[in-house]
Write a protein that binds this ligand. Structure first.
Ligand code: ATP
Length: 228
């Protein structure tokens, strides 16, 4: 469904990605791994059209996304949960969900069923929610766009352990419903358990990719690239 081939990108004159390749198939969950500063967020920004593609190709169902504006890429079915959540702080929970809503199965009622805490807080300003509630809202807001692929940049970063468990359970449920997911997170154990495949980037280059079984069969990979 989504394919990045040898993608190059960066900030102004500063190159950061030198050859990122990854693919996400229908209903597949793929983990994007790499140490701090290796280019994971830059990869997400590039595929969402926030940074220009300087080389290589990004295609969705075989059609190029290069040069498309972020809102058009979102409309083509990529729902982003950005790093730092970035909920609209002065809008209520319900208004945050309405702000991005597009027709499809993920309406507010279904999002509230997935995250009952959001229902309890529906009239509260998003800026007053806890970090965990804001992350649930950021996921809900991305689901409200009725995406084919949900992209999470740091799914559980900075959240309390119990909330992390809730977020992973939610992702497991979404994966069970065959929503494709591309996820970045530091919790490698959760990712090994849930993801179908893993892509590791180092200094802006894809250095390893394979299934969870292939990762388990290659015990040298995580120490080498993630220093785990
Ligand atoms: P982290 O886990 O720390 O978020 P990451 O793998 O997501 O790491 P990126 O945020 O993509 O890494 O950063 C890759 C490189 O790009 C780093 O060297 C970083 O300093 C640089 N970089 C990130 N944002 C900018 C920016 N706005 N302007 C210039 N350089 C940037």
């Amino acid at each position: 469904m989504l394919e990045l081939r040898d993608v190059r990108s960066g900030y102004g004159q500063i190159p950061v990605l030198f050859g990122v390749s990854l693919a996400v198939g229908e209903g597949e969950m793929v983990a994007l791994l790499g140490r701090n500063g290796m280019g994971k967020t830059t990869t997400i920004r590039t595929l969402m059209g926030i940074l220009p593609v300087r080389g290589g190709s990004i295609t969705l169902d075989g059609t190029s996304l290069a040069g498309a504006r972020p809102f058009r890429i979102a409309r083509r079915g990529l729902g982003l949960v950005p790093e730092g959540r970035q909920v609209f702080p002065t809008l209520s929970v319900t208004e945050n969900l309405l702000a991005t809503a597009r027709p499809g199965p993920w309406n507010a009622a279904r999002i509230f069923a997935l995250f009952p805490r959001l229902l309890e807080r529906r009239s509260q300003r998003a800026g007053l929610l806890s970090g965990g509630e804001q992350q649930m809202l950021a996921i809900g807001r991305a689901l409200a766009t009725n995406p084919r692929l949900l992209i999470l940049d740091e799914a559980t970063e900075g959240l309390a352990p119990l909330i992390r468990v809730e977020i992973w359970a939610c992702l497991e449920k979404l994966r069970g419903e065959r929503l494709a997911i591309l996820v970045i997170d530091k919790n490698i154990d959760a990712l090994r358990r849930l993801a179908d495949r893993h892509v590791i980037i180092e200094k802006g280059v894809t250095v390893w990719s394979g299934s969870s079984a292939a990762l388990a069969a290659a015990p040298e990979v995580l120490p080498r690239y993630l220093h785990l």
